[in-house]
Design a protein around this ligand. Structure first.
Ligand code: ARG
Length: 305
């Protein structure tokens, strides 16, 4: 059994008052099929209450009326707390540069919110210019940053993240249109285990991810797409999941995880689930680097994908 995940006890969630389907930027969205606003609010509140009941803190971020996808808070930015070697600490956030123009209105609001919370914002490249980066494509695992690229994040962003954050970046090429963010196919559970859906990636990336995770819980394409189970969040040994196929639940039980199911079906209409609705604010990157002088350098396979 691996040690408990070091992050996942503090989240931002964007309240769902503006959630609608105004456009289609992923295969799940259809403006002819709108969410029920009352049910969506109830589901969102139940998710926040569940996280709190497990001991996590949840910050509620106001929504912009003109940003119907902002409820998917995972894409606001990647929080990167810095290891406090100098004594200066450091709360930083790499803001997203969204692939689709419809979502770019979210970023200035995200910036203002993070700044008010004491985070220093940065961008991959320059503000709103250059490589695309969406934070649902990036998660820490065993001291590295695992980053999916293709549908949303540009491969070019990986080298910049490695250099800017001083972390080794493990790049994975996403090829499945239904798993357009890494968080639909990969969920770290602790230092040893993660949910992994190889069908989301090209063969080489799938093999590299399976090599990276000492004991992967492998999901079939049907399991990942049908239940959204990789789009879960982990609070200690509890896995808050939108659905969990029996086979996966048996594996998680055997590994000592407690499965907590929540219904967020209204948000599946927009192409997101539990993870997409939450943004972890307690991610530290670069912790496994040797102390360095004269700047932090990316590791050898930074942006190698
Ligand atoms: N409608 C949103 C989009 O396509 C859904 C985002 C899902 N978020 C996530 N972290 N996977 O951008």
């Amino acid at each position: 059994m691996g040690s408990t995940l070091e992050w996942g006890r503090h989240y931002a969630m964007v309240e769902p008052s503006s959630y609608r389907i105004d456009y289609a930027i992923n295969p799940y969205m259809d403006p002819a099929v709108q969410p029920d606003p009352v049910r969506a609010r109830d589901q969102w509140q139940h998710l926040a209450a569940t996280l709190r009941s497990l001991g996590a803190t949840v910050e509620e971020v106001p929504a912009l009326p003109q940003a119907p996808d902002m409820v998917y808070a995972m894409n606001l930015g990647l929080v990167a707390l810095r290891p406090d070697r100098t004594g200066s600490g450091g709360r930083s956030v790499v803001l997203s540069h969204m692939r689709h123009p419809q979502r770019r209105v979210e970023t200035p609001a995200a910036r203002a919110w993070f700044e008010a919370q004491g985070f220093t914002p940065s961008y991959v490249g320059r503000e709103g210019i250059g490589a695309h980066f969406e934070a649902g494509d990036a998660f820490p695992f065993r001291g590295d940053l695992v980053v999916g690229h293709g549908p949303r994040t540009d491969e070019l962003a990986l080298r910049q993240l490695a250099g800017d954050l001083g972390v080794r970046v493990r790049g994975l090429r996403i090829t499945h249109p239904g798993m357009y963010h890494l968080d639909l196919a990969f969920c770290p559970l602790d230092d040893e285990h993660a949910l992994v859906c190889p069908a989301a990636f090209d063969d080489e990336s799938a093999h590299r991810l399976l090599d990276l995770v000492p004991q992967p819980v492998v999901l079939s394409e049907e399991e990942a797409i049908g239940s959204w189970c990789a789009n879960s969040v982990v609070v200690g040994r509890s896995v808050v999941m939108p659905g969990c196929p029996d086979r996966v639940r048996s594996r998680l039980d055997a590994l000592g995880f407690d499965v907590v199911l929540v219904d967020v079906s209204e948000f599946h209409l927009g192409g997101g689930s539990v993870r997409c609705l939450t943004n972890p604010l307690d991610i530290t990157v670069g912790r496994d680097l040797e102390p360095v002088t004269g700047g932090l350098l990316p590791g050898p396979d930074a942006a190698a994908a």
